[in-house]
Design a protein around this ligand. Structure first.
Ligand code: ADE
Length: 420
């Protein structure tokens, strides 16, 4: 059997069914897969992918393999791996996978390095850890890499910082910046899956509770809207006046986090920043408050501060629910070690939305392979025609037709002479 490090290879059959289920809800990716298997646009391309190892990711890597790519996969987060999916990719698809749910930090980085031992020509990243290790610790390999793709807002922020500092050594496609990615995945995907993760972990009723959403980017917008849909009273906290104003006019309460901390029952961070929920906030939270994070890294809740203000060891009330008791006797509950709760306690975004995100990855990879030579060491977005084509295909797969401009209307929109 090919090299791998997965929890239990005997889980492969369960994984196979789970992948089949996801693929049945990914019509756009399936169309790309049919074309890729005929045209083989990725023939011989060595790809190291660092993604959440889920059934949806399996659909993507199987598509790339049929397109001719020689691919190795590792986890992009220690808690997000679906062990049965990892087993199936190894046993049924002969794709080397390095990912175990619950792996410690050391193993996480060993897995990243195992993926880089593949000597990729293309990196496919989710959060920029693979690119970071390559640039910081394995510079000798950088000359072999022609391009990369990045899935998340967090990763794209890091990459732009690298490009600005002149240290990024190859062009990277910001998949996150496609409209058919962030407008849907970040909003509807994060919205639904984060509520799903919090509810699966705690089984608490959201109706009538005060739910604090920290950050009103695309993920925060989606989460606030879905939490409201479950009957929660939603408070949004922001640092950007425009986004704060938007949240207010979307009908949410807006206030500083310190004030919200006294009122909230459930808190969820989706900012991409660090120590957003800090000691000062935890000091005034109510007994029983629940804290979760759905941003990429486990840096948004200051866990060392929570530990420092607690007495005794946390009690594991349920899987993914650690209860800390403060010196003044309040019980504060931290979900999923502060790691992204939608993938830690649930299954991440549903397949139907990952369909578009991963259509962008697949077509983006094809685009980068074809164009890498003419691109600078910078961050790129997918051409608008590809983005719109993905939306068109998704609509078609959902049985929805739309109108087209008449010739007269098209002309009107491109001219400036006509007035009142
Ligand atoms: N990111 C968020 N949800 C995901 C999923 N289901 N699969 C892969 N990456 C994800």
């Amino acid at each position: 059997m090919i090299e791998h490090d997965v929890k239990d290879i005997n889980l492969a059959t369960a994984g196979r069914y789970k992948i089949e289920w996801a693929e049945s809800q990914m019509p756009v990716l399936n169309l790309i897969r049919d074309r890729f298997s005929k045209e083989r646009p990725l023939a011989g391309l060595r790809v190291s992918a660092c993604l959440h190892v889920t059934s949806e990711t399996a659909a993507l890597v199987r598509t790339m393999q049929l397109g001719g790519a020689d691919i190795v996969l590792c986890a992009s987060n220690p808690l997000s791996t679906q062990d049965e999916v990892a087993a199936s990719l190894v046993a049924n698809d002969e794709i080397p996978v390095y990912a175990i749910k619950g792996e410690d930090n050391k193993t996480y980085y060993e897995h990243l390095n195992a993926a880089l031992d593949h000597h990729p020509q293309v990196t496919m990243d989710d959060g920029c850890d693979l690119v970071s290790v390559l640039h910081k610790e394995r510079e000798s390999q950088l000359g072999e890499v022609v391009a990369g793709t990045e899935e998340t807002t967090t990763g794209v922020i890091r990459l732009r910082a690298m490009a600005k500092d002149g240290v990024l050594r190859y062009p990277v496609l910001a998949v996150n910046d496609s409209m058919t990615k962030h407008f849907f995945d970040n909003r509807y995907g994060t919205g639904q899956s984060t509520v799903d993760g919090i509810v699966r972990a705690t089984n608490i009723l959201l109706a009538g509770r005060t739910f604090v959403v920290c950050g009103y980017g695309w993920c925060g917008r989606g989460l606030a809207s879905r939490a409201r849909g479950m009957g929660a009273n939603v408070i949004v906290t922001e640092i950007d006046p425009l986004k704060a104003l938007e949240a207010l006019m979307d009908g949410f309460q807006v206030m500083p986090l310190l004030e919200a901390s006294k009122r909230g029952d459930i808190f969820c961070t989706v900012t991409g920043d660090k120590n957003v929920i800090d000691a000062q906030h935890m000091k005034v939270m109510k007994d029983g408050a629940v804290m979760a994070n759905s941003g990429h890294f486990n840096s948004e809740i200051n866990i060392p501060a929570l530990e420092a203000m607690s007495v005794g060891a946390p009690r594991q009330m349920r899987p993914f629910v650690a209860q800390y008791t403060t010196e003044d006797g309040r019980r504060l509950n931290l979900l999923g070690d502060g790691r992204l709760i939608n993938l830690a306690a649930a299954e991440g975004h549903p397949a139907a939305v990952m369909d578009m995100s991963f259509a962008n990855q697949a077509l983006g990879l094809e685009f980068m392979r074809a164009n890498a030579k003419s691109l600078d060491r910078d961050v790129y977005t997918i051409p608008e025609e590809i983005d719109r084509e993905i939306a068109r295909l998704k609509l078609h797969s959902m049985g929805v037709e739309i109108d087209t401009l008449t010739e007269e209307q098209a002309h009107y929109l491109s001219s400036w002479q006509e007035g009142t």
